[in-house]
Design a protein around this ligand. Sequence first.
Ligand SMILES: [Zn+2]
Length: 144
Amino acid sequence: MGESNQQQVPLKEGFWTSGTPDGGPRLIGSRCTNCGEVYFPKKPKGWCLHCQQQTLEEILLSPRGRISAVTVVRQPPAGGFYHGPVPYAYGLVDLSDGLRLVSQITADDLDSIPVGGEAELVIKPLYQDPEGREIMTFMFTPVA
Ligand SMILES: [Zn+2]
């Protein structure tokens, strides 16, 4: 929580947990015990789209991955659903679980995010809602 005494609210419930043994945040996904397919976000009913069995179990995804593509967005997306700062970067992150995620990618210099570089999961404020609460989301950030 840091020094902030603001209320922090996840953008969406159930995407991640912070209460892990190593203390770091982890995304919550599903893995099929039959065919090994991995999903994010977690599939609530436990059905695997790949093998059509109800054999999914909840897993904590790897907090590390490799950035395989990145783009910098300099104008707010149309539609009014995005309330975060502009510019921002997003891209594809390949987790060691075999899952490819579309994620926002945060860095001090958005134009020098290394494609092919390692990244790790962070939970960051995206924007402040009208009640003054910090709306939190997951992002990946490059690691040296
Ligand atoms: Zn399956």
